[in-house]
Design a protein around this ligand. Sequence first.
Ligand code: AMP
Ligand code: MG
Length: 416
Amino acid sequence: MRGEIIAIGSELVSGQSLDTNSYWLSQQLTAHGITVAFHTTLGDVLRDHLVVFRNAVARADVVVMTGGLGPTQDDLTRAALAECAGVSLVEDAESVAAIEAMFARRNRVMSERNRVQALFPAGATPLPNPVGTAPGIWMQVERATIACLPGVPHEMKLMFRDQVVPRLRQRGLVDLVTVHQKINLFGKGESEVEAQAMDLTARGRVPEVGITAHDSTISFRITATACTEAEARLLIEPTAKLIYERFGSLVVGEGTDDVPEAVAAQLAAANATLATAESCTGGVVAQMITAIPGVSRSYLGGVVSYANQAKIDLLAVPRALIESHGAVSPEVAAAMADAVRTRLGADLGLATTGVAGPSGGTPEKPVGLVYLGLSTSKGTQTRRLDIGSDQPRDIIQRRSSKAALNWVRLTLLEKR
Ligand code: AMP
Ligand code: MG
C-alpha cells in the first residue's frame, strides 16, 4: 500500500510552526504496513490544494491530510476536496447537531460560520470529532482512500487511532500491526551492553532488537509485526523477559521511564525521603528528581553548595577537611551527604562534588572526576566516577547526576 500525507496551513510553510503531524502520521502508517511515499506541506491557497490533491488521488492508495477544517475563510480543505472529486458540498444534519452540542457544553453559542464545518463533499462520510468542533472527512476519490483530520495534534491523533485505523482495516488497507517495546538500562556504556547482547541484535532476528543511547541511558527497542497487536506483543514477550533476566538491576524502566522515574517510584514504595547537596552538578540532581510529578512526598529538598564557603556556611563542612583533602574528595562528598541528610531530616542524603571542566583539572583530579556521597542511618559511603576529561561540561553534569540517582535506586533495590 502506498500512502501520502498532506499537511495544510500557511503557518507551516511560512516557518511559524513546525509540521509535527506528518512526522507522527508517517510513523503510524508505516507501523500499519503502509509505505509513505510523499509528504506535502502547503499553505492556505485553493489552487495549491487542487494541484496537491489531484496528484495524491492519482498516485496513492491512502491519503491522510491534516488542517484546513476550521470555520474561517482560510480553511479550504472541504471546498478543495469537493472540487477535486467533482461534487458539490452538502450539509450534514448530524454534524450540525454535534457542533451545536459541543458549543453548548462549553456554554457558548454556535456562530453561523461554524455551520461551514458541517459541509461535506457529496458522497463523503463525516468523521465525528469527540474533542473539538471540526469533524473529519472520509472519502474515496479515484484510487485513493482519503482521511481529512483537524490540524490540532491531539484531536488528529485521537481521530486517527479511533476512526481512521479501524476504517482502513475494514477496507483491507491495513493488515499488519507493528508494536515496539523499549527497555531502558543505566550503568554501563553502549558498547559494553551491546557486547552482552550480540545474539539479540543480530540482523534478521525475530523480533528485531535495536540499541540506542540517549542521555547516558541505553535502550533496547524490540519490534514485532503481526496481524494483531496481541500477536505482536506475544512475539515480543520472550525477548523482553530475556533482557530483564540478563541485565537485572541495570534495567531502570520501560518506555519513557528513566533513572529519575525509577528512583521516585522506589522512594514512594519504601516510604523513604531524600535530600541532596550538590556542588559540581549545580542542581541538576534536584531538577531531575523534581521533574517527576508527585515526588514531593519523597524528595525533601537540597542545596547547591558550589563555593567552598557555601559548603562551610550551608552544610557546616569543616574548613580543615576542605583544606586538607580538597573540595573534590570522598571526604567532602561524605560530609556534604551527612550534613544534608541530618539538616533536612531525610532517610537518604546524596551529595556530588567534582570537576565539571573544561578547565580546573589537574593530573590527580582531572576534568570528569566526580565523587558521590550517600548517607543513610546505617552510615556513609562514597563513590568515584570518571566520566572522562574529554567530555563536555553538560555531559559530565548530567551523567554524574544520573549516576548519583542511580546509586539511590540500587541502594533501595538492595533493601527490598
Ligand atoms: P487547522 O485545523 O488548520 O485550523 O489548524 C489548527 C491548529 O492546529 C493550527 O493553528 C496549528 O497550531 C495546529 N496544526 C495544524 N496543522 C499542524 C501540523 N501539521 N502539525 C502540527 N500542528 C498543526
Ligand atoms: Mg489552518
